[in-house]
Design a protein around this ligand. Structure first.
Ligand SMILES: *[C@@H]1O[C@H](CO)[C@@H](O)[C@H](O)[C@H]1NC(C)=O
Ligand SMILES: *[C@@H]1O[C@H](CO)[C@@H](O)[C@H](O)[C@H]1NC(C)=O
Ligand SMILES: *[C@@H]1O[C@H](CO)[C@@H](O)[C@H](O)[C@H]1NC(C)=O
Ligand SMILES: *[C@@H]1O[C@H](CO)[C@@H](O)[C@H](O)[C@H]1NC(C)=O
Ligand SMILES: *[C@@H]1O[C@H](CO)[C@@H](O)[C@H](O)[C@H]1NC(C)=O
Ligand SMILES: *[C@@H]1O[C@H](CO)[C@@H](O)[C@H](O)[C@H]1NC(C)=O
Ligand SMILES: *[C@@H]1O[C@H](CO)[C@@H](O)[C@H](O)[C@H]1NC(C)=O
Ligand SMILES: *[C@@H]1O[C@H](CO)[C@@H](O)[C@H](O)[C@H]1NC(C)=O
Length: 318
């Protein structure tokens, strides 16, 4: 066992050293488009040097200067135009903040620190980092290309935009009632904005409906290196199913019409009997005025009328 350990140790140390070296060589930082990036320097300052003795600067691709702190004072002389008023130095963490990060800001950065001595500037620290810039694509959106409701499929377009880096895939996803999923690719169009460097992407495709399907839910899916975005569901009931519902509505319409018709007839006849009743009561009133004594006739009519009414309603109802 002891021998095994002694053999392993140098190997482990070598691997650790390699890891440390690669870690020291390149730090990775990430930022979302138009947000603030942090460019590290990781200066340990073991000698406890004051800013007044140091010249600190960050450069991009080893040529453009983003920021310079010369013996404690900001020096704009060497700063490249595109970084003017976009940086701020965080003294507590020895980090440079780069505001409103653009796609073209991605790439290698260097933080360099020199110590000013009476004899001249001595380089005492350097840290390299690599900045990646991301932008989330907008939620994909499905648009139906024409109002023609095809019996067997539809033409759809899906679009998303303002993303970075380039999306890797975009497709339509059909979910059937029996939870089967189908994918349809389309003609993909990608365009890049000249100013921002962001990508827009769209696909257009004829999406066929499987046979004997009454209900399809369509999604548009966008895949990037790091994530998968889905559109809101787009529901489509194929027209052969719509036709079937139309047939149902015909039956419902006929039944409704029949009901309305019979009801109408009933109401008509009911009204008619009411009229008769009114006429009769008018008559009886006239009789009352003319011959005040004749109460018997009125009473008899009151008895007769409900009978007649019942007869009429019974005649219509079946
Ligand atoms: C960047 O963010 C600012 C607000 O911080 C906003 O006004 C501006 O429109 C954004 N620019 C882009 C290109 O998104
Ligand atoms: C570093 O120097 C400052 C003054 O320049 C002093 O206040 C501080 O205590 C020093 N820190 C260490 C750890 O020596
Ligand atoms: C981008 O999307 C990721 C994952 O959904 C989310 O965590 C992050 O906050 C989003 N960033 C921005 C700037 O919208
Ligand atoms: C489809 O019809 C709706 C209204 O019925 C209309 O607003 C829309 O513009 C039409 N779309 C196409 C592509 O013809
Ligand atoms: C879909 O588009 C193709 C080509 O533009 C056209 O021939 C077809 O009739 C369209 N189908 C539907 C259902 O809109
Ligand atoms: C679901 O329905 C489709 C279309 O009718 C059919 O092709 C497929 O085999 C069905 N899947 C299952 C699991 O039943
Ligand atoms: C990308 O899409 C946005 C929003 O739809 C639009 O304003 C912009 O002009 C498009 N850019 C390109 C290069 O197509
Ligand atoms: C289609 O299916 C979805 C989800 O399964 C459901 O919410 C929707 O009501 C269905 N539509 C029809 C017309 O059957």
């Amino acid at each position: 066992m002891g021998t095994g350990d002694s053999i392993m140790e140098p190997g482990i140390i070598l691997i650790l050293m390699a890891l440390l070296q690669s870690g020291a060589a390149l730090l990775k930082s990430e930022v979302y488009f138009n947000e603030t990036a942090a460019l590290p320097c990781q200066f340990p300052n073991s000698q406890n040097l004051s800013l007044n003795e140091l010249v600190i600067f960050w450069q991009y691709r080893e040529k453009l200067v983003l920021y310079e702190l010369y013996l404690g004072r900001e020096n704009l002389h060497n700063v490249a135009a595109e970084y003017m008023h976009r940086t701020s130095f965080d003294q507590s963490s020895w980090t440079l903040r780069l505001h409103r990060a653009q796609i073209k800001d991605k790439g290698p950065y260097q933080c360099i620190i020199h110590h000013k001595k009476p004899t001249g500037l001595v380089s005492i620290h350097q840290k390299d980092s690599e900045l990646s810039v991301f932008a989330n694509f907008t939620e994909p959106e499905i648009v139906q290309m024409s109002n023609v409701t095809g019996n067997s499929g539809i033409n759809l377009t899906c679009s998303s935009g303002q993303g970075y880096p380039k999306a890797t895939k975009m497709y339509f996803l059909l979910k059937l009632e029996n939870s089967t999923e189908l994918e349809y690719d389309g003609i993909m169009q990608i365009s890049q904005d000249n100013d921002t460097g962001l990508y827009n992407i769209s696909i257009s495709s004829y999406v066929p409906f499987p046979d004997a399907i009454s209900n399809v839910t369509i999604f548009c899916v966008l895949k990037t290196q790091s994530m998968k975005l889905s559109s809101k569901p787009f529901y489509k009931v194929p027209s052969h199913h719509l036709l079937a519902t139309h047939q149902y509505s015909w039956i419902i319409a006929v039944v409704l019409l029949f009901t309305i018709f019979t009801c109408g007839m009933g109401c008509f006849l009911w009204k008619k009997t009411k009229k008769q009743q009114a006429v009769v009561s008018n008559k009886s009133e006239a009789t009352r005025i003319q011959k005040e004594k004749n109460e018997e006739t009125e009473e008899r009519m009151k008895i007769h009328l409900p009978e007649r009414n019942d007869k009429v309603q019974c005649g219509v109802q079946p």
